[in-house]
Design a protein around this ligand. Structure first.
Ligand SMILES: N[C@@H](CCC(=O)N[C@@H](CS)C(=O)NCC(=O)O)C(=O)O
Length: 246
């Protein structure tokens, strides 16, 4: 039995971490039975979630978990795709992981009001006296990581422009298809969905979210993926409310 170590239902999402969402959906795509337990990144051998435990072993990083799923259980999560479609799907996955998730992460972690209502609660269990100083350290560490990654070197309008460019590319590739490449989801749909849902959740107001929900096909795609992989979760992108407010 596989144990998926991740985050939890939070921030208006069935799973708070986009990378854990990717792995969870890929486990579901492969039809594997798993249980899920909350874990902090520091419990992972790579310092990040997701990681899995199986047969007394631990494996970290969503992509290496995908490789394990495919090799160990003989499944191909891109079954039916041509070599060019596989390459395209990988390019989109990389765009999400290396540009759109960092853009969304910026607004989740470095906008003080969003940090307070969201990630700051990861540390609710700490004694009050220590918590505030720890939160400042966490924010400094996240800002430094986002500087190293590049995203925090840009102004907010520039970050939105980078994110919208990615969303336009996904919207164009998706077109009127139900899923990214074909009529059934492929592996990259897991991270594309996770990324777009992270951008769209009304829990974290931001100009990136305002831009995301102006792509009707992407809004419909997120709802479609949500219905397919998290049928019990009540997803609400808040599009109607945003239109009324505009
Ligand atoms: N390449 C990793 C990235 C995972 C990742 O960055 N996870 C975040 C949560 S969304 C994390 O654990 N961050 C903790 C940190 O960077 O210290 C994967 O695909 O699993």
């Amino acid at each position: 039995m596989i144990v998926l170590k991740g985050s939890a239902e939070q921030f208006g999402l069935p799973e708070g971490s986009p990378y854990v969402t990717k792995t969870e959906i890929q486990l579901k795509m492969a039809g594997l039975t798993y249980t899920k337990e909350p874990a902090l990144p520091m419990a992972s051998p790579k310092g990040t979630i997701p990681f899995i435990e199986y047969d007394g072993q631990v494996l970290a990083d969503s992509t290496f978990i995908r490789f394990h799923i495919e090799q160990e259980y003989g499944v191909d999560l891109d079954e039916g795709l041509s070599p060019v479609e596989r390459a395209t799907a990988l390019a989109v996955e990389m765009m999400c992981e290396h540009q759109l998730i960092p853009a969304a992460g910026y607004f989740r972690w470095l906008i003080p009001a969003n940090f307070e209502k969201g990630p700051a609660h990861f540390f609710d269990g700490m004694p009050d006296g220590e918590r505030q100083a720890f939160l400042s350290t966490v924010q400094e560490r996240v800002r430094a990581a986002m500087m190293a990654r590049g995203i925090a070197r840009h102004s907010e309008p520039e970050i939105v422009a980078l994110g919208v460019r990615c969303m336009k590319a996904i919207d164009t590739l998706l077109g009127d298809k139900p899923y990214l490449m074909r009529d059934t989801p492929c592996a990259a749909d897991a991270i594309v969905f996770a990324t777009l849902a992270e951008c769209m959740t009304p829990f974290f107001p931001s100009p990136l979210r305002d831009a995301a929900i102006r792509f009707p096909r992407l809004v419909a795609y997120v709802s479609r993926m949500m219905d397919r992989f998290y049928p019990d979760f009540e997803w609400d992108a808040g599009v109607g409310a945003a239109q009324k407010a505009a």
